[in-house]
Design a protein around this ligand. Structure first.
Ligand code: 13P
Length: 334
C-alpha cells in the first residue's frame, strides 16, 4: 500500500462533519460498562450490543469509522453477516484496537506502559485479512506528584512509534493514542505541561521510527483539570489550552486529530469539541473518537428493555453522532 492510500484512508476518517465511534472495549472493560446498567457480560450480549451500534440507521451521516475489539472483528450480525462487511456496505471504515492494555512500569511506581508489540506484525496481517483499515494503540499517562516520569513518557511513545511503523508496513493507518488521564487533583496548567511533554516525545519518536505523519491519525485527550480538582475552567479555556498545545507540538502535515472523551459527560465532550472548532481554522481537522460519550446514553436505555428499546437506543446513538458531527464543524448549537 502506498502513502497515498494511507493518506486517503486517514483523510476519510476525519472527513468534514464526521468522527469515529470507539467500541473497542476489552471484555473486561465492557464488563464494567454492562455491570453499571445490569447487563450480563455474555458473548451474545456483547455481540448484540455491538450489532445495535454498528447497524444504527444512517450512522455514516456523521460517523466515518468504528474501532473494534479482537472479539468483535470476528463477529457477525444475527443474520450471519460479518460486522466488517456490514460496516463497509454502510460506509463505516473498520478499525481495530491492537494493544494489549497496560502494566505497571517497573521501577516507576504509578507509571504504566502499554504491552502488545510481541507478535504484532502477524496479528496486523490477520486484521488486514479480516477487513481492518486502521488500528489503534492506547498509551496511558497518569498524573500525580511523582508521575509521569520522563522514562514513562519515553517508554510509551517509543512503543507507539514501533506500533505505528508496523501498521504502516501492513497497510493500516495507525491511530496513535496517548491518553493523559483525568484522575487526580492537578490544575489545567499541569495537564497542559504533561500533554506538551508527551506530544513532543511522541512526534520525535514517530520521526525517529520513519513513521509517515501524513498517514497517521492522532487521538488525544483534552487539556483539562483533574477530576478531583476544584479549579473552575470554562469551555473556552479548555478549548483554547487544547488547541494551543496541539499547535505547539503537532505537525501541520498530520491529516487529522480526534479526541477521546475520557470520562467527560456527553454535553461537555461535545461543547469542548465545538468550541475548539469555532476557534478555527486550524492546520488539521479536529474531530471525535468517543467511546463513553457516544454510547453511555444508548447503553442505559437498551439495558432497560433490550427488545423494545432497541430502535430507540439506535436513535440515541444517531443523535450523539449528529451532535458530535456538528461540533466537528463548530456548528453545534447546544
Ligand atoms: P472514551 O471516549 O470513553 O475515553 O474512550 C475512547 C477510547 O477509545 C479510549 O481508548
Amino acid at each position: 500500500m502506498s502513502i497515498e492510500d494511507l493518506e486517503s484512508i486517514a483523510l476519510a476518517m476525519v472527513a468534514p462533519g464526521k468522527g469515529i465511534i470507539a467500541i473497542d472495549e476489552s471484555t473486561n472493560t465492557i464488563k464494567k460498562r454492562f455491570e453499571s446498567v445490569g447487563i450480563e457480560n455474555t458473548e451474545e450480549n456483547r455481540r448484540a450490543y455491538r450489532e445495535l451500534l454498528l447497524t444504527t440507521p444512517a450512522l455514516s451521516e456523521h460517523i466515518s469509522g468504528a474501532i473494534l475489539y479482537d472479539e468483535t472483528i470476528r463477529q457477525s450480525t444475527k443474520d450471519g453477516v460479518p460486522f466488517t462487511q456490514i460496516m463497509k456496505k454502510n460506509g463505516i471504515i473498520p478499525g481495530i484496537k491492537v494493544d494489549k492494555g497496560t502494566v505497571p512500569l517497573a521501577g516507576f511506581p504509578g507509571d504504566v506502559v502499554t504491552e502488545g508489540l510481541d507478535g504484532l506484525r502477524e496479528r496486523l496481517a490477520e486484521y488486514v485479512k479480516l477487513g481492518a483499515q486502521f488500528a489503534k494503540w492506547r498509551a496511558v499517562i497518569n498524573i500525580s506528584e511523582d508521575n509521569p516520569s520522563s522514562t514513562a513518557i519515553e517508554a510509551n511513545t517509543h512503543a507507539l512509534a514501533r506500533y505505528a511503523a508496523l501498521c504502516q508496513e501492513a497497510g493500516l493507518v495507525p491511530m496513535v493514542e496517548p491518553e493523559v488521564i483525568m484522575d487526580g487533583d492537578h490544575s489545567i496548567e499541569v495537564s497542559y505541561e504533561v500533554h506538551e511533554a508527551v506530544l513532543r516525545s511522541l512526534f520525535n519518536a514517530l520521526y525517529e521510527h520513519n513513521v509517515l505523519v501524513e498517514g497517521t491519525i492522532l487521538k488525544v485527550s483534552m487539556v483539562i483539570p483533574g477530576k478531583e480538582s476544584d479549579e473552575q475552567v470554562s469551555v473556552e479555556e479548555v478549548a483554547e489550552a487544547t488547541v494551543r498545545v496541539l499547535k505547539t507540538t503537532a505537525p501541520a502535515t498530520l491529516p487529522g486529530i480526534v479526541f477521546l472523551s475520557g470520562g467527560q459527560n456527553d454535553e461537555q465532550s461535545t461543547a469542548h469539541l465545538n468550541a475548539m472548532n469555532r476557534m478555527g481554522p486550524h492546520p488539521w481537522p479536529l474531530s471525535f473518537s468517543y467511546g463513553r460519550a457516544m454510547q453511555q446514553a444508548a447503553l442505559k436505555l437498551w439495558s432497560k428493555d433490550m427488545k423494545s428499546n432497541y430502535g430507540e437506543a439506535q436513535k440515541v446513538v444517531h443523535a450523539r453522532a449528529k451532535d458530535n458531527g456538528l461540533a466537528a464543524l463548530g456548528q453545534w448549537k447546544g
